[in-house]
Design a binder for this molecule. Structure first.
Ligand SMILES: [Zn+2]
Length: 260
């Protein structure tokens, strides 16, 4: 049994942004990186305790290089850096599952902490086949295209609910009660870590029953930009984006892999 723990930073306990900015401009960034490390470590230890033979921790927030690697359980392998040929570096179809730690809700979510889809500065929303999606659904589909299911997600309560909606039957941990872009009542970081360690273990015996998440293909990918000139540039570039309205572009993809 082999797993990937994909790690973002916005969804960990006691992480919020600062007014007008993302987590990257927050005074909280260093704590968020440490807490993401602890939560990733808890997920990995839980997976090993439940019988995993390999766990790859993938550090994927904002150009990677966020985690304190020497504080991760030493049985982990670590995927770091950018410009891999595909998301989930090191994973192939022999893996049993992927887990999301520190993930956040999609754009257009009411009162979720730093909810966005890849870039809060650039996009209003993303839709696949007419349905609004965020990073969990897109990454879930990237894993699903290689036959690997999502088995676990930790995030704020809004992100955890989004995960259960896209991936029915998975275990989730809500690290904090989100009350706005930069507002949360968080679980104590140590309690969040303990819950992740305990809860992820429950998902391992069920991996055989969880289906890989996929969209029907070919898929229609639609992006509503925040800036009108960004939509214009996309529609006049070589990417094959067709203009739907002044702010929105759309293209057809053979698979989610083609987007990256
Ligand atoms: Zn992030």
């Amino acid at each position: 049994m082999k797993f990937v723990v994909a790690v973002d930073c916005e969804g960990v306990a006691c992480a919020v942004g600062s007014p007008g900015g993302s987590i990257n401009q927050s005074r909280d960034l260093e704590f968020a990186r440490l807490q993401a490390t602890r939560e990733a470590d808890a997920a990995a230890r839980g997976l090993f305790a439940a019988g995993a033979e390999q766990v790859i921790v993938w550090d994927n927030h904002n150009g990677s290089l966020n985690l304190h690697y020497d504080q991760l359980d030493e049985r982990c392998d670590i995927a770091l850096g950018v410009n891999f040929p595909h998301r989930f570096p090191g994973m192939d179809e022999t893996f049993s599952g992927v887990a999301f730690v520190g993930y956040h809700a999609m754009d257009n979510t009411l009162d979720a902490v730093i909810c966005h889809s890849f870039s809060s500065a650039s996009y209003q929303y993303m839709k696949v086949n007419g349905q609004e999606v965020g990073e969990m659904a897109i990454d879930g589909a990237m894993a699903g295209e290689r036959g690997v299911p999502v088995i676990f997600a930790s995030s704020d309560d809004k992100g955890a609910a989004e995960a259960r909606r896209f991936f029915p039957g998975i275990e989730t941990v809500a690290t904090k009660h989100a009350m706005g872009w930069n507002a949360a009542v968080s679980k104590h970081p140590k309690r969040a870590v303990n819950e992740i360690y305990e809860t992820i273990q429950k998902s391992v015996p069920r991996v055989g029953t969880l289906k890989p998440f996929t969209f029907e293909t070919p898929l229609t990918f639609e992006i509503r930009h925040k800036r009108i000139e960004a939509a214009q540039a996309a529609s006049r570039g070589s990417g094959g984006w067709e203009r739907v309205d002044p702010y929105t572009v759309r293209r057809t993809l053979k698979s989610m892999h083609d987007y990256f």
